[in-house]
Design a protein around this ligand. Structure first.
Ligand code: GLU
Length: 380
């Protein structure tokens, strides 16, 4: 029987790579042949029209080796210094390996508030989308050298899940040193069975996630299950598969063993639910009939159709949109704050570009961040 390609139905993939795969645990050096083989697989996937976003660990491990800081326990300050030194080496290695296959990498360092505060969120999301449009490969890591202990993600499993949900990825692939979830730790229990698919993350599944077996990675199976919760709640499927051998992405496509955590909704509907479910409306925007029609047709809200702006809001806050009969027609994430929205209302894009020197986008609410309140406009 020919194994089915488990990623054939996806388009946008976030691939998370742990330190244990990138860095040789004996020498502390980067496993460059392995990285080259991964970049070759990424190039192949891009040719097949997949969009690839990388979340890569490894900065601290590389920094330790460069700074000769081998002690087991280092202070937070020293670890942050390692991350600072190692991140340069990590990015350089990614650039070199990607360029062997004519790919361009773009580095993004994320601090937790970038994925949680909506204004930063919109900016990070837009940069990642723009890199993808330019066919560059975003390479993301946590901004370890400045994040404090209190606000650190602490592991890239969760960070990758938040990134995947932020950019509505179809699937998060966690390349690991294990090939998936087992009913018990496979190293110590020979009755342990491999779980191919998880449709619901319940207590039983959580109990299967024992402690990490890898000494390099911060995240064991527990943080992977946490990541799976974040991803599937946002409509993103998650796959854990072994990444230890060269060409592990190709192996996955050819049907290598893995565990699939399936989301029971798509990213678009999860996002809509999130926007509609937010009780905290920061502002109200009133629009004319032309704009209402444009929204119904799936277009963005442009300032030209706006008649009145109420409330104080920042870029990224949720605003409610009302049509001329004062009924709420939609909700969405504001693309400008209330001051700019007031200045821009009623103006066409050309006038807005003249008005704001630095503005690059003129939508008040972009179609991707807008949800129609269907009960009020009679469409399903
Ligand atoms: N961000 C850390 C690093 O680059 C790794 C965190 C993790 O592996 O989960 O070293």
């Amino acid at each position: 029987m020919v194994a089915l390609n488990p990623i054939s139905s996806y388009k946008r993939l976030v691939i998370k790579i742990g330190s244990a795969l990138l860095v040789d645990n004996k020498t502390g050096l980067l496993r460059s042949n392995w990285l080259n083989s991964l970049c070759q697989d990424i190039a192949e996937l891009q040719l097949q029209n997949y969009e690839i976003i990388i979340v890569s660990s490894g900065a601290m491990m590389l920094g330790r080796q460069i700074l000769s800081l081998n002690a087991k326990n280092l202070t937070l300050e020293k670890l942050q210094a390692c991350a600072s030194v190692g991140q340069i080496a990590l990015s350089q290695n990614w650039t070199n390996a990607l360029s062997k296959y004519d790919l361009i990498g773009g580095q993004i360092l994320i601090t937790p508030n970038i994925t949680e505060q909506r204004r930063f969120y919109l900016n990070a999301q837009t940069t990642i989308n723009t890199l993808l449009e330019l066919k560059a490969v975003p390479v993301i890591n946590e901004n370890d050298s400045v994040a404090t202990a209190e606000i650190r993600y602490g592991d890239n499993d969760r960070l990758s899940a938040r990134v995947a949900s932020m950019i509505e990825a179809d699937c998060l692939i966690i390349l690991s040193d294990v090939d998936g979830l087992y009913s018990a730790p496979p190293q110590s229990d020979d009755k342990a069975s491999h779980i191919a698919k998880v449709s619901e993350i319940n207590k039983e599944i959580e109990a299967m996630a024992g402690a990490s077996s890898s000494h390099l990675a911060r995240g064991g199976m527990i943080t992977k299950i946490e990541a799976a919760k974040i991803a599937t709640q946002s409509g993103t499927d998650m796959i854990i598969t072994s990444g230890t051998k060269n060409h592990s992405l190709k192996a996955l496509i050819d049907g290598a063993k893995h565990t699939l955590f399936s989301a029971n909704q798509c990213p678009k509907s999860a996002r809509k639910r999130w926007i509609l479910g937010t009780l905290e409306i920061a502002g109200k925007i009133y629009i004319d009939d032309g704009a209402a029609k444009a929204l119904k047709n799936g277009n963005s809200l442009l300032p030209i159709g706006v008649t009145k702006v109420e409330g104080e809001f920042s870029r990224g806050d949720i605003v409610a949109i009302f049509c001329s009969n004062e009924k709420e027609i939609a909700r969405g994430l504001a693309g400008m704050d209330n001051i700019d929205a007031n200045l821009a209302k009623g103006k066409n894009s050309e006038a807005i570009f003249e008005l704001f020197e630095t503005i690059s986008r003129t939508e008040l609410v972009h179609a991707d961040n807008l949800v129609l309140v269907t009960s009020n406009i009679g469409i399903k």
